[in-house]
Design a protein around this ligand. Sequence first.
Ligand SMILES: [Zn+2]
Length: 311
Amino acid sequence: MPREIPRISRRNVLVGAGATVALSGIGLRLPSAYASTLAIGDASLQVVSDGNLVLPMGFLLPDRSKDEIDALLVPHGMATDRVEPACNLTLFRTGDRLVLFDAGAGQNFQPTAGRLGESLEAAGVDPSQITDVVFTHAHPDHIWGVLDDFDEPVFADARHWISQAEWDFWRADDTLSLMPQERKSFVVGARNRFDAIEEFVTFLKPGDMPVPGVEAVDTNGHTPGHVSFMLHGGTDPVLVTGDAITHSVISFERPDWEIGSDQDRAQGAVTRTALLDRLAADKAAIVGFHLPYPGIGTVERAGAGYRFAPA
Ligand SMILES: [Zn+2]
């Protein structure tokens, strides 16, 4: 029963009373609510928080001047030196399936992330109830959370779905050597998780439906095998975007700006612009993984770009 062994970890500290006060000094922000829900026909969607990341602005916009960044973000009252994106995981209940999109960061990526376990508990969900874990891509904040503190699979009863192209990219012989030094840990971390979950994995490709009503949509660019997922069943579909869209202002007002966290920056911009155009035309709702919690809203045209309209 390794998961019941008492252990002094950040997670244990967090669930104690007064955690907000005790941890406010390290930039931890507790979402105002742990969950947000949306009905999609007979199915339902619930956003659970994995906490947030803290990243220098240069990680997102390495090619933009301070003046350009100030001009875009200051009118929104946003910090210009760093971003603190939320990590919004989507739970989807349909028929006898309970689907989790992405698995969060786990305990080894950033101290402000890795809080999925608490959020699931608050939502009344035991990890053993999840039937399917569906990945948008294999970056640390999306896949490292498949392993617990003891490097055991958290969702050992679930089928794990990932795009074949994504798996092949991280497993390719030259990926580690070609990856910039500061992101080599992403490769090592992804491979380590792949090894641990391989027996539960089924590959998918764009157009496939891993779960009835869940359609994989090609949104490559952020990573080579990045996929988003359209949830059908209601009158209007909902797109779980993953990281095809990452920032509530930058991605929408300047979708053409190349983003440093995209593996293929040019393709990322092309994919993002095309996706926003389609979402605005379709008036489809989205769940944005890194948009302000819970990340549910719609896309509207605004001037030469777009605007995120939170639900
Ligand atoms: Zn991400």
